[in-house]
Design a protein around this ligand. Structure first.
Ligand SMILES: NC(=O)C1=CN([C@@H]2O[C@H](COP(=O)(O)OP(=O)(O)OC[C@H]3O[C@@H](n4cnc5c(N)ncnc54)[C@H](OP(=O)(O)O)[C@@H]3O)[C@@H](O)[C@H]2O)[C@@H](O)CC1
Ligand SMILES: [K+]
Length: 492
């Protein structure tokens, strides 16, 4: 599991170590490790010239010490913003004879020598701002970020300058890194959807600071599958493993039912009962003869894929009624697509809502009368809006997207966030597959936060497995779930 820690906790952990070591030790460790990574990348790329951008805080200090090291091997120039920079770092570059250009903090337009230095750089090291940075670059920092040549390899120190260290605020003017070298532990900026795209590859280097107890964000990895996946024991039968009821599909959208049921069965449900119109039920049976049509006892529900609640045909009215009954029951529910329109307040039983950004906007607009939210607002500030829905509904909320976010209504629990899927997975039916997959996990007794994150992980990994490096249809993803789980349960 990758755990990311909020800025206050990171500072407290660092302060504890700093009290026990010589002053400057942590920064030296950080700078040494940074220089090792930059030098390795420069060698891989046969790069010769490095521009090191230096801001006013300790992030700039790290960059200055690293610049002094790098100058032993490469052609290095420092571009310093403002007059005040880390004193020790400044001495180190001066002693190493590194040329230094200065830019006035508020001046966005760059001088010719600075523009030239950037143009000549094969590698740009971004040491403008770290965890003390406020989101959004202005003045000279914005000018520098805009002038980094597209051809340069950009390595950010701790985080890409301008991005919100907590990963909450939308990306404004920011450095976009190819790689970020962070110290000790990941921070929310590195994993959350609002900022992650500016981080590039994440390299975490050890500087001897132990992880704090409470993570702000957790990201599951392959190694977590074995701990979390509900593996049956010898005394299990199909009922004890979890029977899932699926209310999905309609005459108009029978495919959603096929995909959700197939995914649930592939994920290893003890049994799947399908509730839907006859035409859809026939197709479900053809695709998954293991499924059982009609009502009966279940341990959990998936409701909503392919159920267009705004239609008034008889089969949709029946589906909506089945969704309402599931919501009114005391059983865990995964609420997807059309059924999100039926959610109004908290339920007693575990509940997982699985909207995409557009559906979350619609749900929030309905839950907060008088306010209208748009998809773009959700995409710009996903954590804030997903938290709000979790608070208003008392449900765990999984926001689907390139990075999937899972937020518990219990604010003490870390956010979960997964970005395992290839971009190819942005395809029709992928959400129906996820709904069936997560339903099986909830029916097996996983709590919605674990189930949501684990399903997102396996969903992404199954998509990669189904057709590595190329387009992938949702049905293939569903059909790749069983072997993905098997492979992830196998050590090694
Ligand atoms: N702590 C440790 O043990 C270790 C820490 N380490 C390193 O220290 C980094 C944190 O350093 P830090 O606290 O000095 O903050 P940092 O991000 O460099 O800059 C803050 C300065 O920027 C300014 N400023 C802020 N926003 C701005 C904006 N948008 N636009 C313009 N200016 C802005 C703000 O000034 P203000 O404008 O508020 O007067 C302030 O002067 C951390 O990320 C890691 O790299 C490592 O060495 C390992 C050990
Ligand atoms: K930085």
């Amino acid at each position: 599991m990758i755990r990311a820690f909020g800025v206050a906790d990171v500072r407290a952990a660092e302060a504890q170590v700093m009290a026990e070591v010589e002053p400057g030790t942590l920064m030296r460790r950080a700078a040494d490790a940074l220089a090792v990574v930059v030098l390795a990348r420069a060698r891989e790329q046969a790069a010769r010239s490095v521009a090191v951008l230096v801001g006013p805080g300790d992030n700039g200090g790290d960059a200055l010490y690293a610049a002094a090291h790098l100058a032993e091997h490469l052609s290095v120039v420092v571009v310093q913003v403002g007059t005040a920079v880390h004193e020790g770092g400044l001495r180190a570059v001066t002693d190493a004879g590194v040329p230094r250009l200065r830019v006035a903090r508020t001046r966005r337009a760059l001088t010719q020598p600075v523009r030239q230095a950037l143009e000549d750089a094969d590698v740009v090291v971004d040491g403008l701002l770290g965890i003390g940075g406020r989101p959004g670059l202005t003045g000279a920092m914005a000018g520098l970020a805009d002038s980094i040549p597209a051809s340069a390899l950009v390595i950010a120190v701790d985080l890409p300058s301008g991005a919100d260290p907590e990963g909450i605020a939308a990306l404004g003017r920011t450095v976009r890194a190819d790689e970020t070298v962070t110290f000790g532990m990941a921070k929310p900026v590195h994993v959350l959807p609002a900022t992650r795209s500016a981080v590039g590859r994440l390299t975490t280097v050890d500087i001897g600071v132990p992880e704090p107890e409470h993570a702000a964000v957790e990201q599951l990895t392959r190694a977590d599958v074995a701990h979390l996946w509900p593996v049956p024991g010898p005394s299990d039968d199909k009922y004890s493993r979890g029977v899932l009821g699926v209310v999905a599909g309609s005459s108009r959208y029978p495919g959603a039912a096929v995909l959700a049921v197939t995914a649930a069965i592939e994920a290893g449900a003890g049994m799947v009962r399908y509730i839907g119109p006859d035409a859809a039920a026939q197709q479900v049976l053809v695709a998954s003869p293991e499924s059982v049509p009609g009502q009966g006892q279940v341990q959990a529900w998936v409701i909503g894929p392919g159920v267009p609640t705004d239609e008034t045909t008889l089969d949709v009215r029946r589906q909506v009624e089945a969704c309402r009954q599931a919501l009114a029951s005391d059983l865990p529910c995964v609420v997807d697509a059309g059924a999100l329109d039926l959610v109004d307040g908290p339920r007693e039983a575990p509940t997982l809502l699985t909207p995409h950004a557009g559906e979350l906007a619609r749900l929030l607009s309905r839950l907060e009368p008088g306010r209208v939210y748009h998809r773009s607002q959700i995409a710009a500030a996903p954590v804030e809006h997903t938290r709000r829905v979790a608070e208003l509904t008392g449900a765990t909320v999984l926001l689907k997207g390139a990075t999937t976010l899972v937020v518990s209504p219990d604010t003490d629990r870390p956010l979960r966030c997964q970005s395992d899927a290839p971009a190819w997975l942005a395809t029709a039916g992928a959400g129906d597959v996820l709904a069936g997959l997560v339903g099986t996990l909830v029916a097996a007794g996983l709590d919605p936060l674990d189930a949501g994150a684990l399903a997102a992980l396996i969903h992404g990994r199954a998509a990669r497995r189904a057709n590595p490096g190329g387009p992938v249809r949702a049905l293939r993803v569903a059909q790749a779930i069983a072997e993905t789980v098997a492979s992830d349960l196998t050590p090694g």
